[in-house]
Design a binder for this molecule. Structure first.
Ligand code: NIG
Ligand code: FE
Length: 388
C-alpha cells in the first residue's frame, strides 16, 4: 500500500480505515489503533493500493475523429501545417458544434469511463472546441454531467482562448468578446473552476492571454496555461506572473521560466502523450524543474488531435522513457502533484487521514510495476468515495 513512508511512500502490510467516504486512518497494520478494530474488513490479499489517479489535463469532451491527421503527419505534415489549413482544432470545433448535447455526452462518456477503468477518480475537462458562446457553455455543461454519469470527480476548465473562431477576423476583437460575453456567462452559471488558454505562435499572444486571465481572476476563477509547447513564447513566465495553478506542456520553457514557476508555486503539468504522438524531439526541462523545486504533475491530455490517450499507466511509462522521470516521480505526477495542479491537495491525491477514500487496488506487489509495464491494466478495483 502506498501511503507516507519511504520510497514511493510504500507501506508494506498497510491498512486503510474508511468511514463515510473518507480515509480516517492509514499506516502499517501493526500500528492500527484498537479504537478502529471491529468494522468490516476487506483483505486485498497482498495487492497494492495507490491513491486514485488524478488527471489534471484533458480535453475529453468532443465529437468527431481526427485519425486522418495522424496519417497526414506520418506523411510529413506538421501539427502547425494542419492547423493553418483549417484542420486540427477547427476540425473538432466543426464536429462538436454539429453534435447535440446528448451526442456530445454519448461520445465523451466512454473516454471518461476508460480513464476511470485505468485508475482515474478525478479528472479535469476543458472546453475549447466550441469557440462560440453557446457551444463553449454546452461543452462545460456536458463535462459537468459526466462526473455523476461515470462516477468520478470532474473539474471543469473554460479553455476560452484555444483557436480563433473563423467567424472573427481580428484576434484582439475576439479576445474582447470572450472577456466581455463568454467569461461572465461561464462564471454566472458556475460552469468552470478555472480558465485556460493556448499561448503559442499559432494561437494567442502573451498580451491577449494576460488580458483574458485578468478578467478570469477578477471573477474568482483559477488560471492554467498551455505554455511553450511548440515555441518558447514566454508562456511559463506569463503563467507565473498571473499566479497560475499550473503551466502545462513546457517543452520549450527556458530556465528563467522555470525559476519563475518555482517562485510563483505554479505546478508543471507535463504531457508525454502529446510529445509521443506528435513525435516531438525537444523534451521539457525536467532537470531544471527538479533543481528549482517545481512540482511535476502528469496528464493524459486526452484529446482527438495530439494525444488520443486514456491511460495514465501508459503516460507514466512515456514520462520515464521520453522525459527521464523516475517511476516514483511519475506516480507522484498522477497523484499528489496532480491534485495540487487542480488546487485539490487538501482533499485527494494521497492516502492519509482526512483525504477522500479514492483509491485503486492493483494486482501488483509494488507500485513501480504500474510504470514499468506497457499496455497492461492490472487494476483490480477502483474505489471512489469509499465505494467500489
Ligand atoms: O493540449 N494545444 C492545444 N490543445 C491541445 C490540442 C488540441 C487539439 O489539437 O485538438 C493540446 O495538445
Ligand atoms: Fe491540452
Amino acid at each position: 500500500m502506498a501511503a507516507s513512508g519511504g520510497a514511493y511512500g510504500f507501506v508494506d502490510d498497510g491498512t486503510l480505515v474508511v468511514e463515510n467516504g473518507l480515509i480516517v486512518w492509514a499506516g502499517p497494520r501493526t500500528a492500527l489503533p484498537s479504537s478502529f478494530e471491529g468494522g468490516t474488513v476487506h483483505d486485498v490479499g497482498g495487492r497494492c493500493i495507490t491513491p486514485g489517479f488524478v488527471d489534471p489535463h484533458t480535453h475529453a469532451v468532443y465529437a468527431g475523429s481526427r485519425s486522418n491527421e495522424f496519417e497526414l503527419r506520418l506523411r510529413g505534415a506538421t501539427y502547425a501545417d494542419i492547423a493553418r489549413a483549417g484542420g486540427g482544432i477547427l476540425a473538432t470545433v466543426r464536429a462538436t458544434r454539429a453534435a447535440s448535447d446528448g451526442e456530445l455526452a454519448g461520445a465523451s462518456l466512454p473516454r471518461v469511463a476508460a480513464l476511470r477503468a485505468n485508475g482515474v477518480t478525478t479528472l479535469e475537462i476543458k472546453s475549447g472546441y466550441g469557440l462560440d458562446r453557446e457551444t463553449e457553455l454546452r461543452m462545460l455543461r456536458v463535462a459537468r454531467s459526466l462526473g455523476p454519469a461515470a462516477n468520478v470527480r470532474v473539474r471543469t476548465t473554460y479553455l476560452g482562448l484555444h483557436a480563433l473562431d473563423p467567424a472573427w477576423s481580428d484576434a484582439d476583437a475576439y479576445v474582447d468578446f470572450v472577456c466581455a460575453d463568454v467569461l461572465p456567462a461561464v462564471a454566472a452559471e458556475r460552469l468552470a473552476d478555472a480558465v485556460d488558454a493556448f499561448c503559442e505562435s499559432i494561437a494567442f499572444t502573451t498580451e491577449q492571454t494576460a488580458r483574458f486571465f485578468e478578467g478570469a481572476r477578477a471573477l474568482g476563477l483559477a488560471v492554467k496555461l498551455h505554455a511553450d509547447q511548440l515555441t518558447d513564447c514566454g508562456g511559463a513566465e506569463l503563467a507565473a506572473r498571473c499566479g497560475a495553478q499550473s503551466a502545462d506542456h513546457l517543452e520549450r520553457t527556458s530556465e528563467d521560466g522555470v525559476r519563475e514557476l518555482a517562485d510563483a508555486g505554479t505546478v508543471a503539468v507535463l504531457l508525454p502523450g502529446a510529445f509521443y504522438y506528435l513525435r516531438e524531439s525537444v523534451a521539457p526541462p525536467v532537470a531544471a524543474l527538479r533543481a528549482h523545486g517545481v512540482p511535476i504533475a502528469l496528464g493524459t491530455d486526452c484529446n482527438p488531435g495530439t494525444s488520443p490517450l486514456v491511460s495514465p499507466l501508459l503516460a507514466m511509462n512515456f514520462a520515464c522513457t521520453l522525459f527521464g522521470l523516475t517511476p516514483e516521480e511519475a506516480l507522484c505526477g498522477f497523484t499528489r502533484n496532480a491534485a495540487r495542479a487542480l488546487g485539490l491537495h487538501g482533499e485527494i491525491g494521497t492516502l492519509e487521514a482526512g483525504r477522500k477514500a479514492d483509491f485503486v487496488i492493483w494486482d501488483v506487489e509494488h507500485p513501480s510495476a504500474l510504470v514499468a509495464t506497457i499496455g497492461t491494466n492490472p487494476g483490480a478495483a477502483v474505489v471512489f468515495g469509499g465505494r467500489a
